[in-house]
Write a protein that binds this ligand. Structure first.
Ligand code: ATP
Ligand code: AMO
Length: 490
């Protein structure tokens, strides 16, 4: 109907004759002679009138008014201006006067949930489904995920997944423009890529294999293969055996790896520009979708750093900010989820930004492939020197960083060790040691025997970016068919 919006030549007998396929948003019998239906195509809806006449029987009017919502129909009718101007910018000033109506695919008359249920916020964790002022029940996340095909028909969901697609497009666009090449690495591995803790093991013919926890080993091997700058958008599997609002057992990783000249901060700076490109792209290209979704969760604007300067805070300074705020925490302790959120609030207060970088993490809370800082007792240049760190050889800081949105981690990255001998040493000495001679890791270690340049990179959780950009209360809302410890279906 959109194309007839500016039609001024509609005659008394009726406007243009149209034939189209649509979904019945809702239908009702007004009287024996009159039914009203609302048709939907994508996110647009239009009212229609089915009135009895010498060409349209009362039986047909009754049939039309009783068509179950969500049925797919073929409509033949006239486009007319509504008798009264509609006081809404989003509802069409036109309506369809139905001449013929065919059911293409009939929906069950009892649906397990309504599409309108998907247009509302999920209830707060732990709350039962309950009715709000409008009388509609506030449907729980579980019910919605159990009926995801209906749930995804809602326009809020359409917007969430348009934004998710937008993040992937912006990520790829920025990196290709900066000389990166897209790669696809194996997801069936002979060895865990991030240590053994949250790995899924699968049967692989007569032996066993592991589902990739990250493309970490392969993206580094491709740097050793002289690819210079690589990125991947791919599935990641983690056996996270607890239900949190920000962990999935399968999610989409946005990974990248690149060489640098002098200092790993060249890569941190590139990652900061990448994230700002994504945020600014979402702000301009996906404004309508963003506003629509944020409105149901009453979420604040996402505050970007002024003048594009991303706050980059050394870990030790972050710890000091928390201590000044009364949090008891050791120099080398990992941040708990509440600590991360608290720090996010403190950074927002101090720098006015919902996006920031925490740099120079303690080495002992990072994976084996992480490059120790030059000041760390673990760095080769300090070999033999007295180790005054209270935590011994594994302590000190590292050339690694996390990026945060609204106080939650979205990216983790580091400079990597690019020397095979030193890598072997760290693999054995790190907090969760791995065997460099094992079948699954030998080829990875060997890749660094043939001259590999210094490199760094990062991995981003796509669903986390979407969740935190929109202020969604649960990461599952940013996954089409989420997987968690208690959900493998649909
Ligand atoms: P990643 O695990 O990839 O590093 P993350 O955001 O889970 O990403 P972590 O450093 O592992 O970051 O964990 C940060 C905090 O999140 C932990 O201190 C812990 O409180 C919590 N956490 C992490 N994993 C889980 C989990 N599977 N279940 C519950 N809480 C978790
Ligand atoms: P890390 O393990 O921190 O780093 O993961 C990278 C990012 O992935 C996201 N993420 C998750 N999202 C949803 N559900 C999960 N269970 C989950 N776990 C992690 C987070 C996190 O920041 N190899 C390194 C990356 C690198 O150094 O390049 C890695 O995998 O947003």
């Amino acid at each position: 109907a959109e194309q007839y919006k500016d039609t001024t030549s509609m005659d008394e007998a009726g406007g243009p004759d149209v034939c189209f396929r649509a979904v019945v948003d809702n239908a009702r019998n007004q009287s024996a002679k009159l039914s009203f239906l609302v048709f939907r195509q994508g996110m647009a809806t239009i009212q229609s009138v089915v009135a009895a006449s010498d060409k349209l029987s009362r039986q047909m009017v009754k049939f039309a008014g009783g068509i179950p919502a969500e049925s797919v129909v073929l409509v033949h009718g006239l486009v007319k201006k509504t008798p009264e101007p509609v006081k809404s910018a989003t509802i069409s000033q036109l309506e369809i006067h139905v001449k013929k109506l065919y059911i293409v695919a009939k929906a069950d008359s009892q649906l397990p949930m309504q599409v309108e249920d998907a247009e509302r916020a999920i209830p707060v964790e732990g709350e039962e489904e309950k009715e709000d002022a409008s009388g509609r029940p506030n449907v729980t996340l579980n019910t919605r995920l159990n009926n995801r095909v209906i749930d995804l028909r809602g326009k809020h969901n359409r917007a969430i997944f348009a934004i998710k697609d937008g993040v992937v497009a912006l990520f790829s666009e920025f990196l290709r423009n900066n000389g990166f090449i897209g790669i696809q690495t194996p997801k069936l591995l002979g060895s865990p890529s991030e240590g053994g803790a949250n790995i899924f093991q699968v049967t692989y013919f007569a032996t066993k294999a592991f589902l990739a926890q990250s493309p970490q080993l392969y993206k580094q091997m491709l740097i050793a293969a002289r690819f210079e700058s690589v990125f991947e958008v791919g599935p990641i599997f983690r056996a996270e055996n607890s239900n949190t609002a920000r962990h999935l057992t399968e999610f989409t990783g946005l990974d990248l790896e690149t060489t640098f000249d002098e200092d790993y901060h060249e890569v941190v700076e590139l990652l900061e520009r990448l994230m700002l490109f994504i945020f600014n792209g979402l702000k301009t290209r996906y404004k309508a979708e963003t506003d629509l979704v944020r409105s149901i969760y009453h979420v604040d604007e996402f505050k970007l750093p002024e003048a594009g300067k991303v706050p980059r805070i050394p870990f030790r300074e972050g710890i000091q900010m928390l201590r000044d705020d009364g949090v008891e925490i050791g120099d080398y302790d990992d941040l708990s989820t509440p600590d991360e959120k608290r720090l996010g609030a403190l950074v927002l207060e101090k720098y006015g930004s919902d996006f920031y970088v925490l740099d120079e993490f303690p080495l002992n809370i990072r994976p084996f492939y992480t490059m120790p800082a030059h000041t760390s007792p673990a760095h080769p240049k300090n070999a033999g020197k007295p180790n005054d760190s209270p935590l011994g050889i594994n302590a000190g800081y590292s050339n690694s960083y996390d990026f945060f949105m609204r106080g939650q981690e979205i990216l983790s990255g580091a400079q990597r060790i690019h020397d095979a001998k030193f890598l072997e040493k760290r693999m054995k000495e790190c907090v969760t040691p791995v065997d460099p001679t094992s079948d699954g890791l030998r080829d990875y270690v060997n890749a660094f025997r043939y001259g590999c340049p210094p490199h760094a990179g990062g991995g981003i959780g796509l669903e986390r970016i979407v969740m935190l950009w929109l202020g969604l209360p649960n990461v599952r809302l940013a996954s089409l068919f989420p997987r968690d410890p208690s959900r493998l279906m649909p």
